[in-house]
Design a protein around this ligand. Structure first.
Ligand SMILES: Nc1ncnc2c1ncn2[C@@H]1O[C@H](COP(=O)(O)OP(=O)(O)OP(=O)(O)O)[C@@H](O)[C@H]1O
Length: 802
């Protein structure tokens, strides 16, 4: 980390040169903002004008116009999110024999002036990289890095890091000013939303952010090391650098809960990107938003890969053969298919490598055919009976006997008759019911509801999947109970095995759609060639054709991806990844067949009993030995005094893990208070007034009121709520806007607060399925103040607080 000191010589002179430097930067920054205004205005004008009527065919005109409008809309969305702190950095390259070095200004988006000269360099561009990577030990070609702090559009403060005084022009040397930009940022009060850190990204984080798109990158780091922040900046960087792939396939970010996603969601638009899907594991099955958690013991079974086998067994179990054959009453006849023929039909259907609902068509066809033949044979027998009687008595003329013999050699039903007979049988309710009982068409929800409600099936099929009777019994629940987060990967698995209901009509419609799309794509390709858009690499033909269908409004990549269970994303980022079960990983991996992932987490913070105890345990199955790991070692959140307490806990619960090194050593030491929960209101009031009074403006000078979290055991949860009736409760997105929120340790995961009050630490430890991990998480949520409240003895883990 290149923190450095200002050159303090003569305070008065320094103040003067500081003011002069600020004035000079203000001029530049004002130019940058005027340019932003102008670009916004032109994008708005283009958007208002809508698709212009061009020459050529109506379709061509529509496509050309739509391309321009789409681009304008995207540009406008990007320019709207970057007002705050638009320009935050400047780099001066060393002068050399050829003259002064280049100077670049770094910002949230790239802007060019009227002459197309670069005015502001996008932070993700290669030219901006030295801003993040230069250190005093390895400055590269940089002479100076400068941070610009803005309040609205006004430059209020500058910070310089000088790497090579001689490399700066004389006029610049006089204007060097500084205070540690990073520390100033870290001390600011929390707003309840994560903000971006483009201005102060550290080198180790920069390596994460700019690591290549391909393969699996694991970012392992302790609490507060900026894993989330780095992952989000990485998403923005990848979208900027690999726009061609990612705009089409999209980026998915998987987070632990809705509150967390709300906490981070404004970071990306602020970084200039809007096309990312944020989802919890509970939302990975379209149409469902599962939030309920199972008991740890149940979650462990549901998270185990043997559950995938259980689902497979459950599907097989719904493909039945009646022991003594199929019998159906149709129009006064009893039609039969013997057990062997039923079995042959089942095996033939299973032999097709397609899902259950599609296999069903084969099975149904075969059985209808067998029934149709049986019916024809029965009719045939009825018709033949009188003749046979006559023949037996020797009264049949020779010519008739010949006719009968001939007919015996030809099949009873020709192709058309057979088809019509099958169709007629298919419309007979008794036949339909009989076939549905043997091989029903199933939705994932139906399959699981039936399975969970039936202990016998659970035990019998569970045994085949390797589950003990006790494990299988844990899965039992009444039908109609709400789906849990751990059910989502199981539903997803069932959906794969069952397949969509693909009736012939739908298939036909799809074929028609496809043909039309192909025609449109071909045409779009021609338009792209003739308009020269191909050179700009801005749109693909498929994209164009898709967006300009006549029916329905165009969908963004993110919207289409979210609605499609089988969508293959271009890149997936998993945050708090240590919490995912093996089954959840299975679902995530299906969404990214290219295995381009960023996996972000901390094995020491695993709170779910179904979660990971090592990265290899979850990843080796998919990318054996092919994932790369990057470690983040510096804690930007929690001051050293609080981290010392957390380190004691970590040493006890995960002795092989090292706590991250805190970058800050400020703030009061944490305290422990023995008091009843009913005394909380006084403590919360005084804590709030302390953090509100403390809050200082960081970059951009945003003044914020402080945020406080009471993190409690579930045992004390109700008592805490009684004591603090006006506090927000639980992991709801709204809770982030409240000054005080009451959370369990699990709910607090990934979040941070100016002041944290931990209630009943002993309870938190005993309730945690993993032991003290939850207490470690709770302790490391504080950015400034920590108080531990206990009415029992303080657990020995926290002895240093006594
Ligand atoms: N380079 C940086 N500049 C400024 N602030 C930073 C930087 N890196 C991290 N931070 C801040 O540190 C805090 C912790 O970051 P973040 O939440 O990403 O950590 P984390 O590793 O995901 O933590 P946890 O594992 O506890 O969830 C955030 O407030 C973040 O803004």
């Amino acid at each position: 980390m290149g923190l450095r000191q200002a050159d303090a010589v003569n305070p008065e002179r320094e103040e003067k040169s500081r003011q002069a430097a600020i004035r000079a930067e203000q001029q530049y920054v004002s130019r940058v903002y005027s340019r932003l205004d102008a670009e916004r205005e032109s994008a708005e004008t283009a958007l208002r004008a809508g698709p212009a009527a061009g020459g050529g065919s109506a379709f061509q005109a529509r496509l050309e116009g739509a391309v321009a409008t789409d681009e304008a809309a995207r540009r406008l969305a990007r320019l709207s999110g970057v007002e705050h702190g638009l320009c935050f950095g400047r780099i001066d390259h060393r002068a050399d024999a050829d003259g002064p070095g280049d100077t670049f200004y770094i910002g949230r988006v790239g802007l060019r002036d009227e002459n197309r000269e670069p005015l502001l360099i996008d932070w993700r561009a290669e030219a901006a990289r030295p801003f993040y990577t230069a250190t005093s030990g390895a400055p590269g070609t940089l002479a100076r890095r400068r941070h610009l702090h803005l309040r609205d559009r006004t430059v209020v403060h500058l910070d310089d890091e000088v790497f090579d005084l001689e490399g700066l022009a004389e006029s610049e040397r006089r204007g060097i000013v500084g205070e540690a930009a990073l520390l100033a940022t870290l001390r600011r009060g929390r707003t309840g939303r994560m903000s971006d850190v483009v201005a102060t990204i550290q080198e180790e984080q920069d390596q994460v952010i700019r690591s290549g798109l391909h393969g699996v990158l694991v970012v392992q780091g302790g609490p507060g090391t900026g894993k989330t922040v780095a992952a989000l900046h990485r998403a923005a960087y990848l979208l900027y650098t690999h726009r061609d792939v990612l705009e089409r396939r999209g980026v998915l970010i998987v987070g632990p809960n809705a509150t967390f996603l709300r906490y981070i969601e404004q970071v990306l638009p602020g970084l200039g990107e809007t096309d990312v899907v944020l989802a919890t594991v509970g939302e990975l099955y379209p149409g469902l938003k599962a939030t309920a958690a199972d008991d740890p013991a149940i979650a462990v079974v549901k998270g185990d890969l043997r559950t995938a086998d259980l689902v497979r067994e459950a599907v097989h179990d719904r493909q039945r053969v009646p022991a003594d054959g199929l019998r159906v009453e149709v129009e006064g006849l009893t039609l039969t298919v013997d057990a062997e023929a039923c079995e042959r039909a089942r095996d033939r259907a299973r032999g097709l490598r397609v899902p259950h609902n599609i296999q069903r068509r084969r099975f149904v066809h075969d059985l209808l055919e067998a029934l149709a033949v049986d019916r024809a044979e029965q009719y045939d027998r009825i018709m033949d009976e009188p003749l046979e009687e006559i023949a037996k008595n020797g009264g049949l003329p020779g010519w008739l006997q010949e006719l009968i013999d001939e007919a015996e050699d030809t099949p009873l039903l020709d192709e058309t008759e057979l088809r019509m007979a099958k169709e007629a049988l298919w419309h007979d309710p008794a036949v339909r019911t009989a076939l549905d009982a043997l091989w029903p068409e199933l939705t994932p929800e139906e399959l699981l509801t039936d399975l969970y409600a039936d202990l016998d099936s659970l035990t019998r099929l569970g045994a085949r999947a390797g589950l003990s009777p006790a494990e299988a019994a844990l899965l039992r629940r009444p039908s109609g109970a709400p789906w849990t987060v751990s059910d989502v990967p199981i539903l997803d698995e069932a959906a794969d095995l069952l397949g969509k209901d693909d009736s012939a009509a739908r298939a036909a419609r799809r074929r028609a759609d496809l043909a039309r799309r192909e025609a449109e794509e071909l045409y779009a390709r021609e338009v792209i060639q003739t308009t020269g858009l191909a050179d700009l690499d801005m749109v693909s033909a498929a994209d164009l054709a898709e967006r300009h269908h006549d029916d329905g409004p165009p969908l963004t990549t993110a919207q289409r991806a979210m609605a499609d269970r089988e969508w293959a994303y271009g890149h997936v980022i998993v945050d708090e990844a240590q919490e995912l079960s093996a089954m959840a990983w299975r679902t995530v991996m299906k969404r990214v067949p290219t295995r381009s992932l960023t996996v972000v987490g901390d094995i020491a913070q695993t709170g779910s009993a179904a979660g990971a105890s090592s990265w290899g345990q979850m990843l080796d199955r998919y990318v054996p030995g092919r994932w790369r790991e990057q470690r983040l070692l510096v804690n930007y959140r929690t001051p050293a005094a609080i981290m010392r307490v957390a380190a004691d806990v970590l040493a006890a619960v995960a002795p092989d893990q090292t706590p991250p090194e805190p970058v800050r050593d400020d703030g009061p030491p944490p305290t422990a208070i023995a008091m009843p929960v009913s005394d909380l209101p006084g403590l919360v009031r005084s804590e709030l007034s302390l953090v509100a009074g403390d809050a200082s403006g960081g970059i951009g000078g945003a003044f914020t009121e402080g945020r406080l979290a009471v993190v409690t055991s579930t045992a004390r949860h109700a008592a805490v709520l009684d004591a603090l009736p006006s506090a927000a409760v639980g992991a709801t997105p709204e809770a982030l806007d409240s000054p005080t929120v009451v959370l369990t340790a699990q709910e607090a995961k990934g979040l941070e607060f100016d002041s944290v009050v931990i209630v009943d630490p002993a309870g938190i430890v005993t309730e945690s399925p993993m032991g003290g991990q939850d207490l470690y998480v709770a302790l490391t949520r504080a950015t400034r103040r920590l108080t531990v409240v206990h009415d029992d003895d303080l657990p020995s883990l926290l002895a240093s607080l006594a």
